[in-house]
Structure formats: C-alpha cells, structure tokens
Design a protein around this ligand. Sequence first.
Ligand SMILES: Cc1cc2nc3c(=O)[nH]c(=O)nc-3n(C[C@H](O)[C@H](O)[C@H](O)COP(=O)(O)OP(=O)(O)OC[C@H]3O[C@@H](n4cnc5c(N)ncnc54)[C@H](O)[C@@H]3O)c2cc1C
Length: 473
Amino acid sequence: MTAPSRAVDESAAADVDVVVIGAGLSGLTAAHRLRQFGARVAVFEAASRVGGRVASARVGGVHVDLGGTFVGPGQDRIVALADEVGVSRFPTYTAGQNVIRWRGQHRRYRGTVPPVGASLLDVGRVQLTLDRLARSVPCGDPAAAPQAAQWDAESLGSWLRRSHASAAARDLIAIAGRTTWGCEPDEISFLHALHYIHQAGGLSAMLDTAGGAQEEHFVEGSHEIAVRLAAGLGDALRLDSPVRRVEADGGEVRVSTDRETVRARAVIVAVPPSLRTRIEFSPALPPVQTQMSQRWPAGVLSKAYAVYDRPFWRDHDLSGQGVSDTGPAFITFDAGPAGPDAPGVLLGFIGGVYAREWDDLPLAERRARALSSFADLFGPKALDATGYIDQRWGAEPWVAGGPTAAPGPGAVVPYASALAAPVGRVLWAGTETASRWTGFMDGAVRAGERAALQARALLSDPSTDDDQTGALR
Ligand SMILES: Cc1cc2nc3c(=O)[nH]c(=O)nc-3n(C[C@H](O)[C@H](O)[C@H](O)COP(=O)(O)OP(=O)(O)OC[C@H]3O[C@@H](n4cnc5c(N)ncnc54)[C@H](O)[C@@H]3O)c2cc1C
C-alpha cells in the first residue's frame, strides 16, 4: 500500500512549473496531466503513502478497498484514468435478493428501495420530491438556485420534518445520508444535499448498485490507480512532506515543507477543504476562503470488512446487500473478488452517529459489533469470519474524515464559490471542488484535470509570465 519514500533532491526541486499539494487521486491526476502537457511538477504529500481517501489492504488473502471503492455509469473520468493506467473493473455482486432488518423484522427484497411497509409510498414521494427540487440547483453553482437562501437556511432533516415525511422515509434518508456524507440529516445544508443529488445525476444514480454509482469496482483495487500514477511521477513526488506555507510573490509561488522550499509558477492545492486551514498562505487568503474551510468539515464514515471461507449468503439466494435500522453497520455489500472458488467478503459501512461511538472502541469490540450487525442480516454464520479489518477515516490525520465534506446549514450560499475560485497563482483541486460527481473518486479526477488545465492556461498566458522561468509553453 505504501510507495517507498524518496530522498529529497534539492537541486531538482528548486524550480518547477507547478507544485501540487496532496497526492490523493485529485492531486495525482493534476500532476499526471501536467506532465503530459510538458510541465515540470513537484508533488508534496503529507502522509507516508499516496492515495488519501483511497487505500487498500490484504486480509485473509483477499484485497480490500479501505476507502473509495465503487464506480458507476457517468463516472467517465475515473474510468478513463483507470483504463489509462491499466486497472480493470468488475461488476459488484448483485445476484439474489437483498435483506432489510427494519423495526425488528427481517425481510428480503429486490431493487434499491427496501420494503418499509405502509410507508413505501411516502418513501417514493420523498425521493421524487428530492430529485425534482435537486434539478433546480445548477451543478457547480448551488447559490444560483432560485430558492438557494431558503434551502441553505435549513438542514435536510428539518426539510424532511417540514415535508411531513414518515418516520420510515426519514430513517431511510438518514441511512443514505450517513453513507453519502458521513453525517446526520440535521447536520447537512438542505441546499448542499440537493446540489449533491443533482450533480450525481439523481438519487437513483447515486444510490443504486446495478445501473448506479455502486455498479463496479476495481480488480486491483482503487488504490492501485494512485500507486501507478505515483510511480510515473518518480522523484517529483515527496512523501512525508506536509506543506506548511505557501508564499505568493509576484510571478513566483514558494511552497515550503519542514525540509525544503520549492519555487514554482503556480500551485495546485488538492487537499480537502477543512485541511486548507493547516497551510499558512502569504499574503493571507481572502477571508471568504478561510471561512469556507472552517465551515466545510469532513463527515465521518468508517468501513468494516469480514472475510469468510466462502460467500455463504449466496447459497441462500442473497446478494450480500443489506440495510438495517440499527447499527453499527447499517449498509452492507458483497465485496468479494470474482471467481467461483473465491472467499466471501462482506463490507459494512459505519457512519454519522454510529461512527462517533464505534470509532472510539478497541479493535476487538469494533470487530464484535460489526460482525454482530452482519449476523443480524445474514445469520449466525456471519460471526465466523476468518479475517477482519476496519478503517476509521476520522482517525486519519491528513484526511480527517470522509467520504467528503459535509457543510451545515448556512455554509453553502456564502462560501461554495470559494471552493474552486483561483486566488492568483493558487489553484484548487480535490473532489469537493468538482461540479460533477463531487465527493466521489470521479469528482477528484475531474477536479485534478480542471486544475491542470487552469495551470496550463496560467503558465501559457504571457500577461502572467513575469518571471520567465517556466519550461511550459
Ligand atoms: C469510507 C469511504 C468510502 C468511499 N467510497 C467511495 C466509493 O465507493 N466511490 C467513490 O467514487 N468515492 C468514494 N469515496 C470518496 C473518494 O474516496 C474521495 O472522493 C476521493 O478519494 C478524494 O480524493 P481527493 O484527491 O480529492 O482527496 P484526498 O484523497 O483526501 O487527497 C488529499 C491528499 O492531500 C494530503 N494532504 C492533506 N494536507 C496536506 C498538506 N498540508 N501537505 C501535503 N499533503 C496534504 C492527504 O494526505 C491526502 O493524501 C469514499 C471515501 C471514503 C472515506
């Protein structure tokens, strides 16, 4: 999982076209595209590995994705990038029936929307209304929505109550929200929720497995895309190098870690919004930028994987997909490798209010509770895991949560425009700055590609070429 740390070469580092801060998918994509344009880049990564919110591990002889995993229709940029670096995809296992544990009852169903009794019609009504309202929020510019101020002033939770959504509809949306933003409905701006739904192509596209964003995953794992991009960067990549300071001075930007300062003509900051505050900018960023970073915190989403000798649920015509109105794991998938004799792998998501309690427990207790959730859905055999691993993203110092930023009420209209707006030679990437598939791996790649084009335009513009040091023409 970890690329080897490389020695710092001061002479090579002294003068580049663009410094990229952060070697997640977004920063790595930006650097990769810039090099294809002929630019000289340096990439600084705070952690001792690349990938950020994508990471991988082996457990029980099986590879698992600890962060971003699934891709689906419309996510063209991550798919194109994976194809480019030779990482292949396979369909998520969906054969058989899904299960739901709801109000103490256990039922099987097919499709995405689980049977929640008499409230099913209301769930459909809420979904249709959310999709309809979402379409009026312009992708990439939520503040331009006709009712932006009103919707930003309330949370998704307060809107659900105001709309007289049934308890079942509210609980199902809460489950979707914990997986999507890692927070509770009362913690997220309703305008942000609508914008997010629209830019992902609607609730079905966002939540479905077959035909939706969970349709496929990568054979070699999503992290392998980052590893291969990093390998192509060679010595241009420095691990264990948190950037502390960015100083813009005329036509030059100086980027400093604890070990070195690199001079460049532009910098792309590809870190999550809340982590921008850990970098000191000189001159200081416009106040709206700093305030945005403080008001766009990461959600909390963790993952638990259990490995079994075989996928026993498949013998009972079960897909491995489950939903539960109790935690800690409230959504599950069959995340096993393809192949008839492959071991079974169950993935459970633990987010929002559940993650806050579960993340703090010792490993043995986290394992026991996650397996107990799996057993609630798939029977007592789920307790007999041969391997177990979990990942608590809220405990990762340079990611600080996941899967993406979760702005609360009032944080979108005044601040969303600051996410991606360049500040002189300081450009922004990261999935949160994308206007399509923001929050997803695809959004990270899109944002990296957009930032690379912005940097190329900046470097090619003679009116900004006041230092005459760049190689890019
Ligand atoms: C549990 C979980 C499940 C997910 N599931 C999916 C999924 O199924 N499908 C999907 O498409 N997406 C999923 N996502 C979201 C997806 O992983 C992210 O959208 C994407 O990986 C973000 O990439 P990024 O490059 O924008 O940011 P990051 O991956 O966060 O990269 C930012 C990088 O910047 C580094 N950094 C931070 N500060 C500094 C600094 N000062 N100096 C230098 N480096 C710094 C960090 O170490 C990090 O490597 C999931 C995420 C999580 C956490």
